[in-house]
Design a protein around this ligand. Structure first.
Ligand SMILES: C[S@@+](CC[C@H](N)C(=O)[O-])C[C@H]1O[C@@H](n2cnc3c(N)ncnc32)[C@H](O)[C@@H]1O
Length: 282
């Protein structure tokens, strides 16, 4: 049973519902988390994805601690052609997903974009791959030319955006004809229909719309003990309850909301209509 959100979480939820505060508040929160990551181990910030049997998925030993978070990226890109393509990730956080994609899926280039200058500075210092670059920018004004990307990836970031319609308009501008938005995030079930309506009215074609809550819940269950221990060892005690809410440990409001169906974890693929142009020779 949930004991209800902590005082700090309730304050956060109230302020985050106000568009004026939304971006600033999330930025403050992610910076706070980053400050407690002295060993640079916090490379992902998503709830993960787990099949009943996790098999046939090979990772290098250094990536194994992040396997559930990586599996969420792998899931959302299922059926998306990435090899040789230009990919932009919007809301790339600490860069773990963009780095995995750049190292394992052979894209032409990955541009990873995040609102937080601190996150971008961390990523620029931490990752050194020719086919991967990081840029500070906002989802509603992407720092990319029109028609420059084959794939836009958006993993568990959009709930922070004050204007989702502006993000989708930017996706449409930046994608090449035939390009794809690979999206996943959670929403209150009361908001999920409105998001699907926004997608359907966006001029992009909604090709896949899945509820993956069960897979995310399974990952949360498997990571719960490990995350609880990490929180108790690494952050000051005044932050414990809020952080436990945030990472959705078993019994927290978010975890129970996913279990009851009040919160849904959505996974969607949208395609920009039109012919895929052949890549120009460089
Ligand atoms: C939950 S984290 C997910 C990070 C990453 N996708 C992952 O799975 O590890 C959400 C990220 O979205 C970023 N973000 C929030 N609002 C944004 C905006 N308006 N534009 C771009 N990024 C944003 C935050 O700074 C944060 O790094």
């Amino acid at each position: 049973m949930s004991a209800g959100p902590s005082y700090l979480s309730r304050l956060f939820i109230t302020l985050a519902s106000l568009p004026l505060f939304k971006s600033r508040l999330w930025r403050w929160w992610y910076n706070l988390l980053a400050r407690h990551d002295k060993a640079a181990e916090l490379l992902f910030m998503n709830y993960g994805y787990a099949e009943e049997q996790d098999g046939g998925f090979v990772l290098q030993p250094a990536d194994m601690p992040y396997r559930y978070s990586i599996q969420l990226y792998r899931h959302v890109l299922e059926g998306v052609e990435v090899e040789g393509k230009d990919v932009a990730e919007v809301g790339s956080g600490r860069g773990g997903g963009a780095s995995w994609l750049a190292r394992y899926l052979k894209p032409h280039h990955v541009t990873a974009i995040d609102l937080s200058p601190e996150a971008i500075a961390f990523c620029n210092a931490h990752y050194h791959l020719q086919q991967l670059s990081f840029r500070q920018g906002s989802a509603d004004a992407l720092p990319l030319p029109a028609g420059s990307q084959d794939v836009i990836l958006n993993v568990e970031s959009s709930h922070c955006y004050p204007d989702m319609a502006a993000f989708i308009a930017e996706v449409r501008r930046v994608l090449r004809p035939g390009g794809v938005l690979a999206f996943c995030d959670l929403r209150a079930v009361t908001e999920s229909d409105a998001l699907i309506r926004l997608f359907r009215g966006s001029g992009l074609v909604l090709e896949v719309n899945r509820d993956i809550s069960a897979y995310v819940l399974r990952a949360l269950e498997r990571m719960s003990d490990e995350r609880k221990q990490a929180i108790s060892q690494r952050v000051p005690s005044w932050l414990h309850a809020a952080l436990e809410d945030f990472v959705a440990l078993k019994g927290t409001v978010l975890y129970e909301g996913l279990r009851s169906g009040d919160i849904v974890y959505m996974s969607c693929l949208l395609r920009k209509p039109g012919q895929k142009p052949e890549r120009q020779e460089e």
